[in-house]
Design a protein around this ligand. Structure first.
Ligand code: E4P
Length: 231
């Protein structure tokens, strides 16, 4: 199972790469904007260089399908590890699947994003998506069962031998990461703060404190014994 960072922060990406935990990065226009990346090309190229050869998803910013294709071709030229994110439908509910199919035929890897249902995810896989992004938090926002949807999608991909990987995004809590992992997500993409939450535990800290304290006590005891033997 892989972990991606859902961020455009170079500082966070560098930090977690150093921990050996980053298998890729996902962004979207909102993430870039809130992380202060206003020049998509510059930001995407910088992140792609830092994480290379791991994948970086960069999302198109238009409702127009011809423009999506043009943007996707441009993004794909920026670096060989850039994956183009295409929303499963545009904001008017028009299908983007033909865009995905055309890009996949050109060899451009696509992450079909904004999937909120089993049906959307399976259709995206059928037309050649490399990744399908299921938005767990947004599903839960609407009272839907995200782990069940992830499990059904993962089973369907396996049963019919599709190569597409599920990326579970829209993570709101550390618990969502664990739920997605056990539901069969191939990848969970998370904002960095939830990785910190997943890693830290107050009882681990207390356990380590106790071991360190006893280690120090043993050292003092040993040094006292040596001093006594020399005397
Ligand atoms: C990742 O690929 C998604 O764009 C992201 O996780 C969406 O998260 P949100 O629902 O918090 O906006």
């Amino acid at each position: 199972m892989e972990i991606f960072l859902d961020t455009a922060s170079v500082k966070e990406i560098t930090r977690w790469l150093g921990e050996g935990l980053v298998d890729g990065v996902t962004t979207n226009p909102s993430i870039m904007f809130s992380d202060g990346v206003y020049d998509i090309e510059r930001g995407a190229k910088e992140i792609a260089a830092i994480v290379h050869p791991r994948p970086v998803s960069v999302e198109v910013t238009t409702n127009d399908h011809d423009e999506m294709v043009a943007q996707a071709r441009t993004y794909a030229r920026w670096a060989d590890n850039i994956i183009v994110k295409i929303p499963v439908i545009n904001e008017f509910g028009e299908s983007s699947l033909h865009v995905v199919r055309a890009l996949a035929a050109e060899g451009i890897r696509v992450n079909v994003t904004a999937c909120l249902s089993y049906g959307q995810a399976t259709l995206a896989a059928k037309v050649g998506a490399t990744y399908v992004s299921l938005f767990a938090g947004r599903m839960s926002d609407e009272g839907n069962d995200a782990p069940r949807t992830i499990r059904m999608t993962a089973d369907w991909l396996t049963r019919w031998n599709y190569k597409a990987k599920i990326i579970v995004g829209s993570i709101r809590r550390a618990f969502d990461i664990q739920e997605a992992m056990s539901a069969g997500a191939h990848i969970v993409t998370t904002p960095p703060q939830f990785l910190s939450k997943l890693l830290d535990h107050k009882y681990s800290r207390e356990t380590v404190r106790q071991f360190n304290e006893d280690g120090r006590k043993a050292l003092v005891y040993m040094n006292d014994r040596r001093a006594q033997m020399r005397a």
